[in-house]
Design a protein around this ligand. Structure first.
Ligand code: NAD
Length: 339
């Protein structure tokens, strides 16, 4: 079964390609390389044993997407990762984010409509903001977005809802990812942040390897057991498998319309706990300092994974220690083999 993987050379997309192949699917990768490197295709080849089909295409180009869809008659499902994702940049360049994240999605939806497609969309736990109840369930209200990036996820979910409400023949699942970290066990693929990492784990590994002098822990006086922020970290390989589970659910005849799932472990870890897990997994000592709170950070969020376990038949299996050791192995790999 051919599955179109939009943004398939990116961090989550590349790991999902591996899991698709492991489950017998035939991934067709589309990426414009705006935030990825063509050499990831060779890395994927080393992992899966053959070169996956790849098309370099900007999904914002409406005509090109139409032509591409017309030329691909056997695709049965779409996983749409393609988007810009840097929260801070989206505040300064909102139109860049609205253009890319909406145009690409709308072009794809238009070009493949009427073909009974199953579509998985990459959403985010940012739609919940700071939830009133933890762990947060899919029924929690969507809160006003804190950034244009977050807004693109909320509005994209509304677009998907509207398309389904119009009677379209799509089946859709929106996966609300918590905090994807880690790397494939081969260390051939992983996360490659451009510039200073915005996320904790790449910052930890870059500090440990000497690319950064010190890790700043933004806020030590939050209302949490150790005062640092709490997140639900999820191994990117588990996350890749969740996309396979979503496709399988939509393949069932009784699945119709659209559904939304939290993709997390169901457990929160504080920044200080993550640092400790890294130190324990690697035997290294991290240079870090507690700094004042950072604007816009949610204090604590972790997801209720009950619905994913019961309906999606998916559960996170890899623990925090594996997340840390795989991220560290990848950091060492790219230090020696820069991509
Ligand atoms: P990424 O930047 O590594 O991957 C996105 C890929 O899409 C890149 O390879 C990029 O080149 C490609 N792309 C972007 N615009 C495109 C376009 N117009 N046409 C074709 N290709 C295009 O990001 P990621 O971390 O793998 O995230 C994947 C998705 O998951 C994104 O939608 C992101 O918003 C969402 N998400 C990510 C996180 C996270 O922490 N990484 C959390 C929640 C949600």
């Amino acid at each position: 079964m051919k599955i179109l993987v939009n943004g398939g050379l990116g961090f989550i997309g590349s790991h999902t390609v591996v899991e698709l192949v492991n489950s017998g699917y035939d991934p067709i990768i589309v990426d414009d390389l705006s935030n990825s490197d063509i050499r990831i295709l060779d890395q994927l080849t080393k992992i899966i044993g053959f070169k996956p089909t790849f098309h370099q295409l900007d999904l914002c180009d409406e005509q090109a997407v139409k032509n591409f869809a017309d030329s691909q008659k056997d695709i049965v499902g779409i996983i749409h990762f393609a988007a810009f994702k840097a929260v801070g940049e989206s505040v300064n360049l909102p139109l860049k984010y609205y253009r890319n994240n909406f145009f690409s999605l709308v072009n794809v939806l238009n070009a493949f409509e009427g073909r009974g497609m199953n579509l998985v969309f990459s959403s985010s736990c940012t739609v919940y903001g700071q939830p009133e109840q933890l762990p947060v369930t899919e029924a929690a209200p969507v809160q006003t977005a804190q950034s244009p990036y977050g807004n693109t996820k909320q509005v994209a979910e509304e677009i998907l809802n509207d398309v389904i409400a119009s009677g379209s023949d799509y089946k859709m699942i929106s996966l609300r990812y918590f905090n994807p970290v880690g790397a494939h066990e081969s260390a051939l693929i992983g996360e490659q942040p451009i510039g200073v990492p915005q996320n904790l784990v790449p910052f930890i590994t870059q500090t440990a390897i000497g690319k950064r002098e010190k890790l700043m822990v933004w806020g030590g006086d939050y209302n949490t057991p150790d005062g640092s922020c709490i997140r639900d970290y999820i191994h990117v390989v588990d996350l890749g498998r969740a996309h396979v589970a979503a496709l399988k659910l939509m393949e069932k005849e009784d699945f119709t319309g659209i559904d939304f799932f939290n993709i997390g472990t169901g457990k929160g870890s504080s920044v200080l706990e993550v640092i400790k897990a890294f130190e324990e997994a690697t035997g290294l000592k991290l240079n870090y300092e507690i700094a004042p709170r950072r604007d816009g950070d949610v204090e604590q969020v972790w997801g209720d994974a009950t619905k994913s376990t019961e309906k999606l038949n998916w559960k996170a299996e890899l623990d925090l220690s594996t997340m840390m050791s795989s991220a560290w192995k990848w950091e060492n790999y790219i230090a020696q083999n820069p991509l």
